[in-house]
Design a protein around this ligand. Structure first.
Ligand SMILES: *Cc1c(COP(=O)(O)O)cnc(C)c1O
Length: 567
């Protein structure tokens, strides 16, 4: 049996390989030439533009045999492959089992395990390894020191910030991605097509125009925001790439609600526009951008000689999961000839939930959309997406042809356009495979049901909490986020800051005891405990347990005079 036979149980893969090997042999075997010519001239007409194929092979053979080594061969070997493949294979199988066990038993661990001092020391202060050690020992280091302290967002009660919880399919896809080790920035290989396919699926999902739209997979919504706002900046100032902002001496301004994520601020800073280029538009009682205020601000800025260049809409804000009226924003943007960008990091995926899809009405009119696969689709970190109404704008903003990066009509360097011409990265991982895998494994219906379940769980939790007269649930609970604040009667005389601290410490208690991972938010200038449910492992029982723990820690903290709780 060949190596391949041993590894794979997939006959189709074997067949493909055999076929490929067969046609490769054609190239090196003279006797096949005639048959090859006859059989394949019609099927592969382009091969006939390669007159010297056999010449190349014979030259190669000559070079091989004429090289004489006078040096120590061991110092010339570049190989990092295992010397003992079967041992390496056994170790790899073991680690796959460790991974699956880790996910299968996520519920049995604490939601967070603080890193012990000795582990912290080992992780931070290891000497730069001069000589390697067996693969088994490196794996053991992971199992002992890394895996147990890995953050906890695989746990069913991890509800902090906005985190995805990962899947078994994601593990398999990441393993295959690493095996192929493809650079999806350029050339002709399966990873490039997979990325195009995923983007096409997203185009369909968000109903962007089929003739012109396209996109790019990036590390996340923050990176997507940089790329989209760079396109918007170029759209407003076509000379910015050559001349830079200083020479053009214009002041561009962007508009976004006060609830907007900080990634927009970072993008504006990075693009040389400065934080002052962002106008924070007030919100209504549902935390949606006030459209009239937006119109007024645009008008005022124009009169001041500033150039409004971008409106940022939110499809799911971090604090409360609010959706701006995207349809109205699209209209204002069109009327004023301003770029319309949407941050839909997690919220845009309500597109998969028929009962909530109306929330993104108007999204399909955006010029650009940024969102994450690693949040509500649970694709392993990191994968986000840029979707543009006009893919040509992405080329116009980033394409920088160089003679060492020329795509060809055929050969490995074909399959134009290359992704490296559409963004910042030249070398790019195949982030698309894990997205593709997730969507194929579960299908959009099941993924949508999981999202709907999280939103229903948020309502369930809000109901549980509102049974206590000293717990204030922040309203509206519009999506998958519940903010609440304990105001115990015992602290009736305390000032609001003391109650803020009380709630903050309660969050620390819950985290340190490994019960659950909430985060906090500031709403109406008061600290709230924030539960954001983007977790396919959470069940209703998890929320019962959580509320009981909240009450327990609250009482313990009151009884101990609001001190830290140690066990
Ligand atoms: C998470 C998030 C971002 C940032 O996305 P990253 O993938 O972490 O870069 C931006 N906006 C919103 C609303 C988010 O939830």
């Amino acid at each position: 049996m060949t190596q391949i036979d041993q590894i794979t149980t997939y006959n189709s893969f074997e067949q493909t390989l055999n076929q490929a090997t067969w046609s490769m042999n054609l190239f090196s075997d003279d006797s096949h030439d005639q048959m090859f010519d006859q059989q394949n001239s019609i099927v592969f007409p382009h091969l006939y533009q390669l007159p010297h194929i056999n010449e190349v092979t014979s030259v190669y053979n000559n070079i091989n045999t004429s090289v004489k080594s006078t040096q120590d061969v061991s110092s010339m070997s570049a190989s990092l492959d295992p010397t003992d493949w079967s041992a390496a294979r056994a170790e790899a199988h073991k680690m796959l089992d460790v991974s699956l066990h880790f996910l299968e038993n996520a519920r049995d661990r604490p939601a967070w395990i603080p890193i012990p001092t000795d582990v912290r020391h080992r992780l931070l202060h290891e000497n730069l390894p001069e000589h390697g050690k067996p693969i088994t020992e490196v794996c053991k280091d992971i199992v002992d020191d890394v895996l147990p302290y890995s953050g906890g967002n695989t746990h069913p009660r991890f509800w902090g910030w906005v985190h995805g919880s990962g899947t078994v399919g994601g593990v398999i896809a990441e393993m295959m991605t690493a095996s192929m080790n493809s650079n999806v920035g350029l050339c002709s290989h399966s990873g490039v097509l997979i990325e195009r396919q995923v983007i096409e699926w997203m185009r369909q999902l968000f109903e962007f125009p089929s003739e012109t739209a396209g996109g790019l997979i990036v590390s996340g919504t923050s990176m997507a925001a940089v790329i989209c706002l760079a396109v918007a900046r170029y759209n407003a100032l076509n000379k910015v790439r050559q001349e830079g902002l200083v020479k053009l001496s214009v002041q561009l301004v962007a508009y976004a609600s006060t609830q907007t994520h900080v990634c927009i601020v970072k993008a504006l800073e990075l693009l040389g526009l400065g934080t002052q280029a962002l106008r924070l538009v007030p919100v209504d009682d549902q935390y949606r951008m006030n459209i009239q205020a937006l119109k007024n601000m645009i008008e005022e800025d124009r009169q001041q000689g500033l150039i409004p260049f971008c409106i940022v809409g939110n499809a799911g804000t971090v604090s409360t999961g609010a959706f701006d009226n995207l349809s109205d924003l699209a209209t204002v943007a069109k009327e004023n000839n301003i770029w319309f960008h949407v941050d839909g990091a997690f919220g845009s995926f309500v597109a998969l939930d028929p009962t909530r899809r109306h929330l993104i009405h108007g999204l399909s009119e955006a010029d650009s959309l940024a969102f994450d696969f690693h949040k509500w689709l649970h694709v392993p970190y990191a994968a986000g997406c840029v979707l543009l109404r006009q893919i040509s704008t992405l080329h116009a903003t980033f394409s920088s042809p160089r003679n060492y990066l020329v795509s060809t009509r055929r050969g490995f360097a074909s399959d134009n356009p290359w992704f490296c011409e559409m963004g910042i990265e030249l070398s790019r991982p195949c982030r698309a495979l894990k997205v593709w895998f997730t969507i194929k494994e579960h299908g959009i219906v099941r993924l949508g049901q999981s999202i709907a379940a999280n939103c229903n769980q948020a309502n369930y939790l809000a109901n549980l909490l509102s049974k206590y007269d000293f717990i204030r649930v922040f309203t509206p609970v519009s999506l998958n986020i519940v903010n609440f604040r304990l105001e115990p009667h015992e602290l009736n005389d305390a000032d609001p800051e003391t109650i803020d601290i009380f709630n903050d410490e309660l969050v620390n208690d819950l985290q340190e005891q490994g019960i659950a991972i909430p985060s906090t938010s500031r709403l109406n200038d008061r600290l709230h405990i924030r539960i954001c449910i983007t977790n396919h492992r959470s069940t209703l029982a998890d929320f019962d347990l959580f509320v009981n723990a909240v009450i327990h820690f609250c009482q313990t903290r009151i009884a101990s005079g609001n001190n830290r709780i140690d066990t």
